[in-house]
Design a protein around this ligand. Structure first.
Ligand code: PEP
Ligand code: MN
Length: 338
């Protein structure tokens, strides 16, 4: 349930109510909005809990949260959340652009990519050091060496680093280098991993599982939020359907749907969502038109030679051209780009 404080409630009254909530065996999340402060009280309630909280000082009302996800829900926080991580800002009217290769391959590749995407207008650099690959015989990533190369690229360009963490035991290591921890589609329902990134205070990009429903995605986000990490971005990266012409099917209705249900920003990945370079520009523009708060795009200095996902990577001129067109669509839908 949500304890809605009165507009003029004092800090002491909010703190008092947090203690009341916790003394009832519930977990509290304080959300300070532009209009009012609310305390989400999460856990199993007794029938008298609501009345008992309603009588508290500075409390306007206590209302149940109807959605199965609580902290992620718009009921708890009507204002959109803006996630900030170094050079990257996503949400609440700002379109963030994360671009770079699928995998970090060597230092010159990642530094060259970082410089090019920054010049074209990207606000963060992507690059996988730990790669989840369908085949155990495919390139698995450079691991910590790759993370160090990302750190060099950040030093050279100032771009925030977005990189995947695949297992709980690597969270500490990856968080040492990353500005944003990416949870890959295959790990969206790895609940111990979600809890582990929830314990950090590093921003998280949570990718939708290829067979996950919107509700499952939001409940996965809830695992992270429930551990106290509020810097969560959701990512639509395409789902598996009967259609075989595209690598995945990119359902853009999920953008306005998620905006309806959650305050968390929504990033779209047209690279994995389509799986073909020639489809990416149009689907990127469509994503922005649908209200995306961020984009994540695979860009490689020489896609033909890429060690992973070259067939869905843009080269530098293609990305530069796309950014120019993106700017116009963003302006048309009232979003600013850095
Ligand atoms: C990636 O971003 O390179 C990646 C592996 O994405 P996904 O988890 O969406 O497949
Ligand atoms: Mn990839």
């Amino acid at each position: 349930m949500i304890v809605v404080m009165e507009r003029n409630a004092t800090k002491e009254q909010v703190e008092h109510m947090v203690q009341r909530v916790e003394s009832l065996g519930l977990k509290s999340h304080v959300i300070v909005g532009a209009e009012r402060t609310v305390i989400a009280a999460i856990g199993t309630k007794r029938p008298e809990t609501r009345q008992s909280l309603e009588s508290g000082p500075g409390v306007a009302e206590v209302v149940p949260i109807l959605a199965p996800y609580k902290v992620a829900s718009r009921e708890v926080k009507p204002e959109p959340t803006q996630v900030r991580a170094g050079s990257l800002t996503v949400g609440a009217g700002v379109l963030g652009v994360i671009a770079g290769p699928c995998s970090v391959e060597n230092e010159s590749q990642i530094v060259e990519a970082a410089r090019a995407v920054k010049a074209a207008g990207a606000t963060a650099l992507r690059g996988g050091a730990f790669k989840p690959r369908t085949s155990p015989y495919s390139f698995q990533g450079l691991k910590e060496d790759g993370l160090k190369m990302l750190a060099t690229a950040r030093q050279e360009t100032g771009l925030a680093i977005v990189t995947e963490v695949m297992s709980t035991e690597d969270v500490e290591l990856v968080a040492k280098y990353a500005d944003v921890l990416q949870i890959g589609a295959r790990n969206m329902q790895n609940y111990r991993l979600l809890e582990a990134v929830g314990h950090t205070r590093t921003a998280v990009l949570l990718k939708r599982g290829p067979a996950a429903t919107m509700e499952e995605l939001l409940l996965a986000a809830e695992y992270i939020l429930n551990e106290g990490n509020s810097q969560v971005m959701l990512c639509e990266r395409g789902i598996r359907t009967f259609e075989a012409h595209t690598r995945f099917t990119l359902p853009l209705a999920s953008v306005p749907y998620l905006h309806h249900k959650t305050h968390l920003p929504v990033v779209v990945d047209p690279s994995h969502g389509t799986g073909h370079t020639y489809l990416i520009p149009d689907m990127t523009l469509a994503s922005v038109a649908a209200g995306a708060d961020g984009l994540i795009l695979e860009v490689h200095p020489d896609p033909e030679k890429a060690m992973s996902d070259g067939y869905q990577s843009l080269n530098f001129p293609q990305f530069t051209d796309l950014m120019e067109r993106c700017r116009r669509v963003a302006a048309a839908v009232g979003k600013s780009m850095a």
